[in-house]
Design a protein around this ligand. Structure first.
Ligand code: PHE
Ligand code: ZN
Length: 882
């Protein structure tokens, strides 16, 4: 489990978990920091598990070993071996102290794992990223999450070049070393796994706030960023304070150190990292002001700040026994973050946003060659398992269980979970066990969800019996085979449901049991097939199923367009109301594509036109309703995917809707929103901006010239990034004559801001159709593009290959070949980012034959490369089914 096998393609198995033979009681680390050379002295106090005999084996990757001593005596070279990422030491006994000194080269670390340089050599700063296995790039250590130790960290560096020195834990002294350098010490009283270690050193500005926890601890909150960027951290500071209060109120969880540091970097592989007491953020999820961040980005900042803060309990105080349990911290923390965001904003809109993301990112994963359970049984490279399945589906599993227990019951269960596992490395069994025990229910049947990949498909059908006045709902579930899992079990699926009469009223539900007469019920489908008979029903009802998206499944019911229109008009469940609209849009889409059920187009247009005219509906919800399912979701419904046809059909569908609403009504609405909507961050202003963008896009379909002129004006005069970017996107994507000027003006205004420039790249990467590849190639040659910056790579290559279906999936396969070439280059610099980008090929097997063959050839050419990283190698091999 601990030692990495030398064959790069061999797997680590959950079934082979063994507790560590050696633990570390305490760690002392001393860093002599420099950009080209950093030396690290590590002193480990070791504890042996008396029941195990194994020699001491420590992880260490690419470390230059300068010295090694055991219990104060330098070791002879015969007493240790360092090869293939493992240091084996002889003669270690319980209580021994092992001291090693190693040298690192942070400036040349382009993988952004371990200790690395963010920014330029002249002005940048040093920082670390240790999850999942980065600590072994810093010091020799049993680098696994079930080894919890207390850390004392001393940093030394040149005072002028590195005025700020930070590490996790509480500050424990600082001073001058006398030679132009200074030092600072930090002690973390809470034992933690090595993946939560962090340090930061450089020139950074700060903002501070005093906070007092509910249990009376004064805490200094400090956010750090480079130069002027610090002025864009106030929103994050407010979000942090809201998160801390919320966790106290919702879960009774208080913060537990004297300081809480948050640092922004532009060079980061992921979104952010919950290092104990020293969170490190991708600047994209920390910096926000109206001129540079969109409304969506503001919401993301709030959510990610909360997410990382919540990890302090769900992840740090209670951590994971092994990386197979990753969802124990991630699924749970995403769930807590979603609850928080729902409380801060609109619960219904939040649910729509979360389910849309699940469908765009997780359903395709579950249906493709990389499908894996929320708790995988094996992996080659753990970094490949920070997936939508572990995060987003993991959150849905917590939500199902929380729904079953109710708000109070879930809180009771969480209290027991935290109390029992505080300071420990836990498993998903510990989690479900505590929740169940606190409520005297057996939750272990839900464990099956964690072990089974694939999205269950529920088929529902209804039969009304006039004579008996009863309605029978028949439900079946089936999960298609996934790689390595041919047989699927029936899972416990909570289905929240209601029945509507023809006037849109909810019927009392009579199932002949204790809850008889309620208008909404949750039934659990836990067999392959099940029927429910509702009595005292006067006419055929319209069922509203899986309300609030009560389980991460695909539910099929053969609704007529009229039934969906009824739900769209009357369903009180905000999510299901939107969902009815989405299903109706999908029917309308099918009708346009192959001429079936043409009354669906009419029903969809009529329903939306009525809602458009209705003054009462919330602007943001209306915008969501006016937006048909994404191209990715539409592709998921097809067997032989032709991305260009999907793009064209969806666009035609929007055109039909725009015609139906009418150019005049759209223009009027646009102008009203233009004058009414404020520039603030309040919900009404944000909703207004969202609807305005949506209306502008529809308007462009029916009166291109007027809409483009309005967009050019909006782009030039916008006071928020949301408005500026929306208008820019419209001009660029409709290939307006104004686009070039607008892009140039945007660049002049924002050229020095990397986050705004990411948007400049992304908006152009999204131009639909054949021409996208030439644009992407041109942009990749722009001096502002670099493969070394993950945000820039994701903006250009990620935006194009993941979200621009008609632009990436060229029939001639040139898009695939170009991406494969960039992936080869990127892999040599940053394997984690390369592997993640390669997952855009995930759906290749379901492409129509011509593209399928081209995609296969591109993936196979990568797979045949002998120098691929373990990260990218595992992805491309799994993709091909090897
Ligand atoms: N643990 C981080 C989070 O979800 C994600 C992360 C994983 C960051 C690995 C860096 C490296 O909050
Ligand atoms: Zn997380």
């Amino acid at each position: 489990m601990n030692a990495r096998p030398d064959n790069a393609a061999s797997s680590i198995l959950l079934s082979q978990y063994r507790p560590p033979a050696w633990r570390v009681e305490s760690v002392e680390l001393e860093f002599d920091l420099g950009i080209d050379r950093t030396e690290v002295l590590s002193r480990l106090t070791l504890r042996r598990d008396p029941s195990q005999q194994a020699p001491l084996r420590l992880d260490g990757e690419e470390l230059e070993l300068l010295s090694i001593a055991l219990d104060g005596k330098a070791l002879a070279t015969s007493a240790y071996r360092y090869a293939d990422g493992v240091l084996e030491v002889e003669g270690v006994t319980d209580g021994s102290v092992l001291e090693t000194r190693v040298a690192l080269d942070p400036a040349n670390n382009t993988a952004l794992e371990g200790l690395y340089l963010s920014g330029t050599r002249e002005a940048g700063f040093l920082l670390t990223q240790c999850e999942a296995e980065g600590f072994r790039h810093i010091a020799f250590f049993p680098d696994r999450p079930d080894v919890l130790a207390s850390y004392t960290v001393t940093l030394r560096a040149d005072r002028t070049r590195f005025p700020v020195l930070l590490a996790g834990g509480n500050p424990d002294g600082s001073g001058d070393t006398g030679d132009g350098r200074h030092w600072a010490r930090f002690v973390d009283p809470h034992p933690k796994p090595s993946y939560l270690f962090a340090l930061v050193a450089g020139q950074l500005e700060k903002i501070e706030r005093d906070y007092i926890t509910a249990d009376g601890r004064p805490v200094k909150l400090v956010i750090w960023a480079e130069g002027d960027a610090i002025d864009r951290c106030h929103y994050a500071m407010d979000a942090l304070e809201r998160s801390m209060r919320w966790d106290e109120q919702a879960y009774g969880r208080n913060y537990d150190l004297d300081v809480f540091h948050v640092v922004a970097t532009h060079d980061f592989n992921m979104g952010a990292m919950e290092n104990k007491g020293l969170n490190i953020f991708n600047a994209k999820y920390l910096l926000a002001d109206p001129d540079t961040a969109t409304d969506d980005e503001y919401r993301a900042v709030e959510a990610v700040v909360a997410h990382e803060y919540f990890h302090n309990w769900s992840g740090n105080r209670v951590t994971c026994r092994d990386w197979f349990q990753l969802s124990l911290k991630e699924g749970l923390t995403v769930f807590r973050e979603q609850q928080f965001s729902a409380d801060m904003n609109s619960p219904a809109l939040k649910r729509i946003e979360d389910v849309s993301l699940l469908r765009r990112a997780q359903f395709p994963e579950d249906a493709g060659p990389l499908a894996h359970p929320v708790r995988p049984a094996q992996y080659q490279e753990i970094n490949n398992f920070y997936t939508a399945t572990v995060y987003e589906k993991g959150s849905e599993l917590v939500r199902m269980v929380a729904g079953k227990l109710g708000r109070e019951g879930f809180r009771r269960g969480m209290d027991l979970y935290f109390e029992r596992n505080d300071g420990r490395a836990a498993t998903l069994e510990d989690f479900l066990g505590a929740l169940g025990e606190a409520n005297a229910v057996d939750l272990m049947p839900y464990l099956a969800w964690y072990g089974q990949a694939g999205t269950p498909r529920i088929k529902a059908s209804g039969q009304y019996d006039d004579a008996k006045r009863c309605y029978t709902l028949r439900l079946t579930q089936r999960t298609a085979p996934t790689p390595g899992q041919a047989e699927k079990a029936a899972l416990p699926i909570p289905i929240k449901l209601a029945l509507f009469d023809a006037d849109g009223g909810m019927l009392p539900l009579h199932l002949g049991d204790a809850e008889d007469g309620a208008t909404e019920r949750v039934i659990v489908l836990d067999r392959a097939e099940q029927s429910l008979v509702f009595a005292q029903v006067d006419a055929e009802p319209v069922p509203s199923l899986l309300r609030g998206f009560s389980a991460p499944t695909i539910l099929e019911f053969d609704y007529s367009p009229q039934q969906l229109a009824l739900l769209l008009r009357h369903d009180a469940d905000g999510f299901n109301r939107w969902e009815a609209g989405q299903q109706l849009a999908a029917q309308a889409y099918d009708a346009l594509r192959d001429g079936s059920r043409t009354q669906a187009v009419q029903a969809w247009c009529d329903a939306l036109a009525a809602l458009f005219a209705d003054g009462d509906i919330d602007d943001a919800l209306l915008a969501d309703l006016l937006t048909p399912p994404s191209e990715i979701e539409l592709a998921e419904r097809e067997q032989e995917v032709d991305p260009v046809r999907i793009h064209d059909t969806r666009r035609a569908l929007q055109g039909v809707l725009a015609e139906h609403i009418g150019a005049e009504a759209l223009a009027v609405r646009y102008r009203t929103l233009m004058t009414q909507a404020g520039d603030g961050l309040d919900a009404a202003s944000q909703a207004g901006r969202r609807l305005k963008q949506c209306v502008l896009e529809l308007w462009e379909r029916v009166d291109s010239a007027s809409a483009q002129a309005a967009a050019a004006m909006q782009c030039a005069q916008a006071r928020t990034m949301t408005d500026r970017l929306a208008a820019l996107a419209l001009l660029v994507h409709s290939e307006s004559a104004e686009a070039t000027t607008a892009l140039a003006q945007f660049r002049t205004r924002h050229g020095n801001d990397p986050l705004a420039m990411d948007k400049w790249f992304a908006v152009q990467a999204m131009v639909p159709g054949e021409g996208a590849l030439a644009r992407v190639k041109g942009l990749a040659a722009d001096p502002a593009f670099t493969l070394k910056n993950p945000n820039r790579v994701r903006a250009l290559l990620g935006g194009w290959a993941r979200s621009n279906l008609s632009g990436f999936h060229r029939a001639d396969g040139a898009g695939y070949r170009y991406l494969a070439d960039r992936l080869r280059e990127l892999d040599a610099l940053n394997p984690q980012v390369a592997a993640r980008l390669a997952t855009v090929f995930n759906g290749w097997r379901r492409l129509e034959q011509g593209r399928r063959e081209q995609a296969r050839a591109a993936i196979a050419s990568l797979a045949s490369e002998s120098t691929l990283s373990r990260n990218l190698g595992e992805i491309v091999r799994s993709m091909l089914g090897d």
